[in-house]
Write a protein that binds this ligand. Structure first.
Ligand SMILES: Cc1cc2nc3c(=O)[nH]c(=O)nc-3n(C[C@H](O)[C@H](O)[C@H](O)COP(=O)(O)OP(=O)(O)OC[C@H]3O[C@@H](n4cnc5c(N)ncnc54)[C@H](O)[C@@H]3O)c2cc1C
Length: 439
């Protein structure tokens, strides 16, 4: 029998699993989190390189990540909103020697209208066409009757080459981690709706001032433990079996019985736990059909300050999409991070060559640079799902009673992001608690 009438095993200590655990612990439900790695956070976690604390990948949050920001605040109880370890920047789309779009502090959608009207680097005709598109999309409540690609959507709305190349395409790649010719227009519109249109704060960009494990999963673990829950790291689950009254979970050679399971694994690993359960064959089929996109982060450690025009700067025509000034974000002197989202020609380069290329691009735009001390490339091959039109994503509640799925790949209005992960965890927890799952 389960150890308590309701004892939930959460398998996976990424953002989805920890969001589920926090929500369960908040409502006094017994919860045990199993995380196979030594550090919580999964695809958004701390790594140490040459004695410097970094992340496995550079992440950006937006103000519209309502549930992620709420839970971060919940597990950092002492911190007033203004003191949360996040750098909040009003939308400032700065593409070096290219486009510059900046949202003034006006209510939505005036902030966006003004930003588009005053965009530097695009001509009047393109600006008006973009405003017309946003107006038409708003009129349709950002809903499409069918789901074309983002490229097709932009073409249908006659978007000009400058805004397509320097605003819409990089926005699509950053938000969906999928190139516009493959990306779902509906998912893109969901991001535009909440990120650019809903309220002004929704379009703010937020960058963590601490590493991504310290931002949420680790304080979340403290929160869970303080309410009697368990968070076990270095504990890989090897089997989950249906037994009378619940599930037997085996990890590190130890078997325990739980009333419910939330499987919060990445999509390519969840199949191992679904295979053989006939009730979950359709879910298995959906996850097996999923395709993935990479994200590559390049870190360059210089011997002194690199002067960049903004904490986050876009480089047009380069291999690197965005350059992060870690010194101005979190005080890491001379450290630059570059992010390359989605598939592309950069994948043909060996890591060393890719690091050198990014260094050259930085030098081409921001010379003189101080001497380079070291470089490191981290390529996450399966960073997220490929957010393609008509993508099938499994529901959190499965056909197997009391067995739930959490993760960025599960059903969501959002592409595979921190917000999709966090929301999925909350939906599972609320479903188990018998609360309304709607968010
Ligand atoms: C490089 C990179 C950059 C990104 N940039 C952004 C961004 O800018 N903004 C954004 O919103 N999103 C971004 N994302 C996406 C975001 O990181 C993910 O959507 C999110 O972290 C997924 O969380 P998750 O909990 O669903 O899955 P995961 O983070 O994959 O968590 C699953 C956990 O399960 C654990 N696990 C696996 N097998 C077992 C087992 N057998 N037993 C126990 N535990 C197990 C894993 O170790 C992992 O901790 C990025 C992702 C990457 C990789």
């Amino acid at each position: 029998m389960p150890e308590t009438p309701k004892h939930v095993a959460v398998i996976g200590g990424g953002y989805a699993g920890m969001a589920a655990a926090v929500t369960l612990a908040e409502h006094q439900a017994a919860v045990t989190v199993y995380e196979s790695g030594p550090i919580l956070g999964g695809r958004a976690r701390r790594v140490e390189i040459n004695g410097v604390t970094l992340d496995n990948g550079l992440h950006i949050l937006i103000g519209a990540y309502r549930e992620t920001l709420r839970l971060i605040a919940q597990v950092h109880p002492a911190a007033a909103a203004a003191l949360l370890p996040l750098l909040r920047l009003p939308l400032d789309w700065y593409r070096h020697q290219g486009l510059h779009l900046r949202a003034p502090r006006l209510p939505a959608p005036l902030h966006l209208l003004t930003a588009l009207l005053t965009t530097k680097g695009a001509n009047w005709s393109e600006r008006w066409t973009a405003i017309r598109m946003m107006r038409a999309l708003r009129g349709a409540n950002f809903r499409l009757t069918y789901d074309p690609t983002v490229s097709e959507l932009l073409k249908a709305h006659r978007q000009g080459p400058i805004l397509t190349q320097h605003l819409w395409a990089p926005l699509c790649v950053s938000a969906l981690n999928t190139p516009p010719h493959k990306a779902s227009a509906q998912l893109f519109l969901n991001v535009l709706r909440d990120g650019l249109n809903a309220d002004r704060a929704g379009s703010d960009l937020l960058i963590a001032r601490v590493d991504l494990s310290a931002l949420f999963p680790e304080p979340a673990a403290d929160y869970v433990r303080a309410r009697g829950g368990e968070v076990l790291t270095g504990r890989r689950v090897t089997a989950v079996d249906s037994v009378a009254g619940g599930f037997q979970v085996i990890a590190g050679g130890e078997a325990r019985i739980f009333s419910h399971v939330i499987c919060a694994l990445p999509p390519h690993q969840v199949g191992a736990f679904l295979a053989g359960i006939s009730a979950l064959s359709e879910t298995l089929e959906i996850t097996q059909a999923m395709e993935y996109q990479p994200i590559t982060s390049v870190y360059l450690q210089f011997d002194g300050r690199v002067r960049l025009p903004a904490p986050m700067t876009g480089i047009p025509h380069g291999v690197a999409h965005w350059i992060f000034d870690r010194e101005s974000i979190c005080g890491q002197r001379g450290l630059i991070g570059a992010v390359i989202s989605a598939e592309g020609p950069h994948q043909a380069l060996a890591q060393d060559a890719l690091g050198k290329r990014v260094h050259q691009e930085l030098a081409a735009h921001f010379s003189p640079l101080p001497p380079l001390r070291w470089q490191r490339v981290i390529a996450e091959k399966r960073a997220t799902l490929s957010a393609t039109p008509g993508l099938r994503r499994p529901a959190q509640k499965t056909a197997l009673t009391n067995f739930w799925l959490a993760g960025d790949y599960t059903a969501s209005e959002y592409p595979a992001t921190l917000e999709a992960a966090v929301r999925s965890g909350i939906v599972c927890a609320r479903g188990i608690l018998g609360h309304s799952a709607a968010l």
